[in-house]
Design a protein around this ligand. Structure first.
Ligand SMILES: [Zn+2]
Length: 257
């Protein structure tokens, strides 16, 4: 008798509980904002001395505040909130530990010769580099591992790695693509600099983040006009607002899936 009494609620729960209580739709509830570089790693340096690490943090802090204010129910996790050095692998690890649903890494582009007229913003996805320019950008960003003590943990990314990763994470790849396109679209509404479109390359910082992820090259810090834009309050706010609008639109897409 005792056994039957125990069985009744279990049967009831299995018949009705799963459909009435558990909501299995995906929720964009945690977003990781990753300000590139930091601490001893300044990133690229502008002709007037502004650092990429400062530009990235400025945009990320403003974006985080906007998300917290305008997107209730979305938790913001920062890989850094101040001027400190964080290893590349650790950034993805933080996102995984916090069960983030989206990882956004913010950077600035630069040219070897400064000053230069190179201009515009690009959103990158993790895939084999298609153009020489994309490969050069990834190489510059990946070179920051020279500041790290245990560089052996990173291996050269082969085409096979990309195929295996994208097969295992095909949904993430699809959503990274959707989000990247939205970032470009929304930023182009708020910025007057060139929209360089979505591109792809092997960024080490994106390898470990097991969720949809992108890396935004916000502008060329080697171009004095874009350095000034990145440095200004209005510029930072326009970048933050553009990315926020992309997140809002992405959330609708993501949660409908
Ligand atoms: Zn960078």
């Amino acid at each position: 008798m005792k056994f039957i009494l125990l069985l009744v609620p279990i049967l009831f729960a299995s018949l009705f509980g799963a459909t009435t209580i558990v909501d299995r739709r995906p929720k964009l509830d945690v977003i990781v904002l990753d300000a590139g570089h930091g601490g001893k790693d300044a990133g690229a340096v502008g002709t007037n001395g502004y650092y990429e690490k400062q530009a990235a943090l400025g945009i990320v802090l403003k974006l985080g505040k906007l998300i917290e204010k305008e997107m209730p129910g979305v938790k913001v996790v920062y890989t850094r909130k101040d001027d400190r050095f964080i290893e590349l692998y650790r950034r993805g690890e933080i996102a995984n530990e916090k069960h983030a649903k989206l990882f956004i890494s913010v950077h600035c582009n630069s040219t070897p010769q400064k000053p230069s007229h190179a201009t515009g913003f690009t959103t990158y996805m993790l895939r084999p580099g298609k153009t020489d320019q994309a490969i050069r950008v990834a190489a510059r960003e990946n070179a920051v591992i020279s500041y790290e003590a245990e560089r052996a943990r990173y291996k050269e990314l082969t085409d096979e790695d990309f195929i295996l990763t994208s097969m295992a994470r095909s949904q993430d790849v699809k959503y990274s693509e959707k989000f990247a396109a939205l970032v470009q679209k929304e930023l182009s509404k708020r910025l007057t600099i060139r929209d360089n479109g979505v591109s792809q390359a092997g960024f080490l910082v994106l390898v470990g983040a097991a969720m949809p992820n992108v890396l935004i090259e916000t502008g060329f810090i080697s171009n004095p006009k874009e350095e000034a834009l990145l440095k200004s309050e209005t510029g930072e706010m326009n970048y933050a607002r553009g990315i926020l609008d992309a997140i809002k639109k992405y959330k609708v897409l993501y949660e409908r899936s």
